[in-house]
Ligand binder design. Structure first.
Ligand SMILES: Cc1cc2nc3c(=O)[nH]c(=O)nc-3n(C[C@H](O)[C@H](O)[C@H](O)COP(=O)(O)O)c2cc1C
Length: 196
């Protein structure tokens, strides 16, 4: 199921967290997310998913991470997915943990995720050291170049890996969905428990 654009979301629901000043095309949310944002409290931990999802399969992976993070048993964690081309330094500054998602393209992370790092690296560098971080990669063949590249940038940012990077490699398997859901759930549960 494709995520409808923010434009499709009812504005009847005041949302103190989602910046309403953004142009409608800037951030992709789904209805569930906006609804959840309405229920957020000031004490909720903020889990940010910055995932590039250019195909139906990768869209399903991003949705699985989001679903896992929003497991009904997890309370006190507000999770949002923002595509990397639209995520801003302020989104990172507001986050208590981050899950990165990317395809592997030409042996490297997607240009979209690289653009996110290019724009956000210095604005968050001093303020977000230790940010709990996880990564999933969708790679048709390999994934190692992407993992190495993201690890190198994350190391520069001094973010803190809280899960082994997940590589969904080869022909698409339904099991990838469960793995991504588990990843989202694990990070959100750790955030809820105050372990990370
Ligand atoms: C231009 C292009 C370059 C790609 N380069 C790589 C690559 O270097 N290594 C790899 O494992 N997969 C590569 N792929 C495959 C993508 O990672 C894969 O198609 C993408 O993650 C989407 O997954 P899906 O086909 O299951 O939707 C490439 C795909 C495209 C379109």
């Amino acid at each position: 199921m494709a995520l409808p654009s923010y434009r499709d979301v009812s504005t009847a629901c005041p949302d103190p967290v989602t910046p309403q000043t953004r142009p409608p095309f800037e951030v992709t949310y789904n209805r569930q997310e906006t609804h959840q944002a309405c229920k957020e409290t000031m004490t909720d931990k903020q889990l940010l998913i910055v995932a590039h999802a250019p195909s139906p399969n990768t869209q399903r992976l991003a949705e699985a991470v989001l679903r896992g993070a929003r497991h009904p048993d997890i309370a006190g964690v507000a999770t949002r997915h923002i595509p990397p081309l639209e995520a801003t330094p302020n989104d990172v500054l507001a986050a208590d943990a981050i899950i990165l998602g990317t395809t592997e393209n030409l042996g490297y992370m997607s240009g979209a995720l690289k653009d996110f790092f290019d724009r956000c690296y210095y604005p968050v560098l001093e303020k977000k050291q230790g940010l709990p971080c996880a990564l999933y990669i969708r790679a048709g063949l390999d994934g190692t170049g992407t993992r190495r590249a993201v690890e190198s940038i994350v190391s520069g940012l001094k973010w803190n890996w809280v899960q082994e990077p997940l590589t969904c490699r080869g022909e698409f398997q339904e099991d990838f969905i469960a793995q991504c859901e588990e990843l989202g759930m694990a990070v959100a549960a750790a955030l809820e428990a105050g372990i990370i």
